[in-house]
Design a protein. Structure first.
Lengths: 261, 293, 338
């Protein structure tokens, strides 16, 4: 049984369908990429997994199972136990993901205490340890989001997921807003989460190059549907679907000319 | 099955969707239109049109509301209903002229400040800031108080208080467009300044300007009514609502109809245009926070 | 932080200078000869030249402006034509009454506006939201001089519930004289434990304060609703939801803190606007504050007094905005660090 199993997922706004996903699976110690253009329904899927589709007015039907537990239509109280304890999310725009009037550590520590850490000092220790694992100094917790760079904030988001010891991490375009140099660091950290912590990671991106680098499996989304899925190597080398081929063709390749080869 | 699972809704459906989700806009629009119609058709609707001009009836003073005088009569015997209906001509007219004058002054200044930047921008914006340092009603009051009381003075006085808002708005628009790279390329290509302003800046600025104007009408009407109430606006026998409330004050405790109906007219008019303005803002420029007066 | 405040103060001083000049110019555009209106309609023409010299009207414009500045800074704001007292002393006598009225009104407005705005934002699109939105637009569209009269009619005449003239019952004041600490009857009664006066002044304060509160309540409710709705849609709110916090906690702990910011932003504005609105209601309630003074000055074409009131309120507005800027910088780190 996979960590995350999505089948027959249907998400709509009123009468308008936005996602029609037949199947998607993520296992522990595995990174599954969900690739596709903007508007293909990737972010809606992540909201549905977290049970937050209602906050944007969308309606969800179908099956989303976390270790066998059905998440669709789960009452909010039970869903709140899942959020932050079993499933975590990191957002595309790290600067927007943190409340600007609070110090970064405040939300971090409150989240830890919400999910079981008893004392303030325990929480501080766990947060500090998590920050060290992402190669950041623990005193960054005392800064305001406006004082930190995008890369730092993104790493703090990863640290939160680490400290909360989640099983599943949803990474919604985590590197899209970062410089290329910083991207590499974040990807490396995600790899560490997969290998050392055995987290399952659902990696959302429109950037196929990044997907190819990090993901074990990939599912290509288009207009709310999964048009192709499989091991990354196979999909990249032998795309079955026409749309996949289009996407791949659009990825710029650096061709080394004779003078340097 | 079609290519895309999601189809973009048609323009008309969007508008209808807005109207359905925005009953306030609908109500505001209907009432505002009704008021404009009343203003235009006042001579036909009013039972005693002469009362709105100079007629007085010393034998029918202070009559309570009845079948022949729905709103009663005032202290010189004039039919209040007719005067209220004719009053619908006064307020919106003031609003139109105020906004016109404010735009004529404010828009060129704002464009100049935003487009040219530098010293011109500084000077214009500092002057604008000084005018904006006064609450609008206060500035209008101060000017109206030192001018001979009349409709014209009121209009001028309110316009003097209002133009800075448009300057600020247009400056923001002009500055944001002027800073864009494609404007740079226009300049290097030798396209004249005037073309840039008229072809690129103004069209973008139209929508926020419309929103601003629609949000302003209600405020101007209230300001004009306040000035009239203090005796600074139209004089007797003009059927100005604020003036009617002021004139009816001394009789008010026993002859409540003198004050109630004109004041109600002010309230409904301001309400209608404010609803309309709010609704338009929701539709055209939803990001914008409420306009403060 | 200090640099931010210093910058704001310098800007404010510049605006104040401009305000003084503009007020001077307003006073000077009075058609007709100010010397004539000062001397009175029965004075012989020979006096005009003397009055003109006294008032400094024969000097060039620039000199007049400098003299005016001097006067403003040293507290010589001219003499009122209708009270024959120095304008500044008239203003300081009238100010506490209006201050009391406006403060009470703002208290009402915040107590009503903030919760209404929050409720509206918590249930957007529902009936309660629409009702509150209409209510706030009502408040903003209300001609308050009319509201004052209607309230008088309803609560005093018809229902005999509340008094409508003056700040307190003069009989009570006679029997229990009030020591004036601040000039604000309610506070003074509290401070001196004068319960009969407290009751009298409170009951007289209610109606005028409610009337003046209508506009700011509407503004505050709309601002709070807009800001909270904006905030609730932002990513950082989704993030704390995703971390498992309940919607109530999300709203109360994380979103509400940002609700005070629009109130702060708007408080200077509604304070100054309410001060001006007193011009329209104080005479109706016989409330002896700046509003009555201003209305009387307008009625008697008392230019020095009109100028004085205008200048005072504009200065208050600039000052209030300055304070709000500083407070906002304290509340929102982005402003002082950005």
């Amino acid at each position: 049984m996979s960590l995350l199993e999505i089948s027959d997922l249907r998400i709509r706004f009123g009468a308008r369908p936005v996602v029609e996903m037949d199947r998607l699976e993520v296992d522990r110690a595995q990174v599954v990429g969900l690739a596709g253009e903007s508007g293909s329904g990737k972010s809606m899927t992540t909201l549905a997994i977290l049970g937050l589709a209602g906050t944007v007015g969308a309606h969800v039907e179908g099956s989303i199972q976390l270790d066998g537990q059905q998440l669709v239509d789960l009452p909010q109280r039970a869903m709140r136990d899942i959020r932050g304890r079993r499933v975590a999310i990191i957002f595309q725009s790290p600067a927007m993901a943190f409340n600007p009037v609070f110090r970064v550590g405040r939300v971090f520590l409150q989240a830890l205490k919400l999910h079981g850490t008893q004392s303030q000092s325990d929480a501080e220790e766990r947060a500090a340890a998590a920050l060290r694992s992402v190669f950041l100094s623990p005193d960054l917790l005392h800064r305001y989001p406006s004082q930190l760079s995008g890369g730092q904030l993104q790493r703090i988001s990863i640290a939160i997921a680490l400290a909360l010891r989640c099983d599943l991490l949803i990474a919604d375009e985590p590197t899209s807003a970062l410089d290329v140099t910083v991207q590499g660091d974040v990807l490396e950290l995600l790899r560490g989460l997969r290998d050392q912590k055995e987290m399952g990671i659902l990696f959302i991106s429109h950037d196929l190059a990044v997907v190819a680098e990090l993901c074990d499996h990939v599912a290509i989304m288009r207009a709310g549907r999964v048009v192709e899925a499989g091991p990354t190597d196979r999909v990249m080398a032998q795309p079955q679907d026409a749309y996949t081929r289009e996407l791949l063709a659009a990825v710029p390749r650096i061709v080394v000319t004779g003078a340097n080869s | 099955m079609t290519d895309t699972a999601i189809l973009a809704p048609s323009r008309l459906a969007v508008v209808r969707g807005h109207l359905r989700g925005n009953p306030l806009l609908l109500v505001g629009g209907i009432v505002a239109t009704a008021i404009v119609l009343i203003a235009l058709l006042a001579p036909l609707l009013a039972p005693y049109p002469a009362d709105a001009v100079s007629a007085t009836h010393p034998l029918s003073v202070l009559l309570p509301p009845s079948m022949s005088h729905w709103f009663g009569t005032d202290q010189v015997g004039r039919d209040i209903l007719s005067r209220v209906l004719y009053g619908a001509r006064v307020s919106p007219l003031i609003a139109v002229f105020v906004i016109l004058i404010s735009c004529v002054i404010g828009i060129p200044l704002g464009l100049a400040a935003g487009y040219f930047g530098g010293v011109i921008d500084e000077v214009i914006m500092r002057v604008t800031d000084v005018f904006l340092a006064f609450p609008a009603l206060l500035l209008a009051l101060a000017f109206a108080a030192v001018l001979p009381p009349s409709l014209t003075s009121t209009t001028l006085a309110i316009a003097i208080a209002w133009w800075p808002w448009y300057t600020r708005l247009l400056r923001g628009q002009a500055a944001s467009v002027a800073g864009r790279p494609y404007v740079e390329s226009c300049r290097t290509l030798g396209i004249s300044r005037r073309r840039i302003i008229f072809r690129h800046i103004l069209p973008n600025a139209i929508t926020p300007l419309i929103v601003e104007i629609s949000l302003d009408v209600g405020g101007v009407i209230l300001t004009a009514a306040a000035l009239s109430f203090l005796g600074l606006g139209a004089q007797d026998p003009t059927p100005d609502w604020g003036l009617m409330v002021s004139e009816g004050q001394s009789y008010f405790m026993t002859q409540w109809w003198l004050v109630t109906f004109p004041g109600l007219a002010i309230l409904i008019t301001a309400l209608a245009f404010n609803l309309l303005g709010d609704g338009l803002r929701d539709v055209l420029d939803p990001k914008r926070v409420v306009k403060l007066l | 932080m200090t640099r931010y405040i210093a910058r704001r103060i310098v800007l404010a001083i510049g605006v104040v200078a401009g305000v003084v000049i503009l007020t001077f110019l307003i006073a000077r555009i009075v058609p007709g000869d100010p010397a004539v209106s000062w001397a009175g309609p029965h004075a012989p023409p020979s006096q005009f030249a003397q009055v003109r010299r006294e008032l400094g009207l024969d000097r060039p414009m620039v000199v007049q402006i400098i003299k005016y500045f001097e006067g403003v800074l040293t507290g010589h704001w001219g003499t009122s034509i209708h009270t024959h007292q120095p304008v500044l002393s008239d203003l300081s006598n009238a100010a506490p009454a209006s201050l009391e009225l406006v403060l009470a009104a703002l208290l009402f407005a915040i107590a009503v506006g903030v919760p209404m705005g929050l409720i509206s934002a918590a249930r957007p699109g529902r009936l309660v939201d629409h009702t509150i939105r209409v209510g706030s637009i009502f408040g903003v569209s209300m001609p308050i001089f009319w509201m004052a009269l209607i309230f008088q009619l309803l609560f005093f005449q018809k229902l005999h519930l509340l008094p409508v003239t003056g700040r307190y019952d003069p009989n009570v004041a006679f029997a229990h004289p009030l020591h004036a600490y601040t000039g604000m009857a309610v506070i003074d009664s509290l401070l001196s434990g004068n319960w009969p006066m407290l009751e009298s002044s409170l009951s007289h304060l209610v109606l005028p304060a409610l009337v003046v509160a209508a506009y700011p309540a509407g503004v505050i409710a709309r601002m709070v609703r807009a800001t909270v709705l904006d905030t609730l849609g932002e990513t950082h709110v989704q993030m704390v939801r995703a971390l498992g916090f309940s919607e109530r906690t999300v709203f109360a702990r994380f979103a509400m803190k940002l609700a005070w910011s629009p109130v702060a932003a708007v408080i200077a504005l509604v304070f100054a606007y309410s001060l001006v609105n007193t011009f329209l209601v104080e005479s109706i309630f016989n409330w002896p504050g700046l509003g009555s003074y201003a209305a009387a000055s307008i009625g008697s074409l008392d230019t020095p007094a009109i100028t004085g009131v205008t200048l005072l309120i504009a200065l208050v507005y600039v000052f209030a905005n300055l304070i709000v800027d500083v407070v906002q910088a304290i509340l929102d780190p982005r402003i002082r660090l950005g």
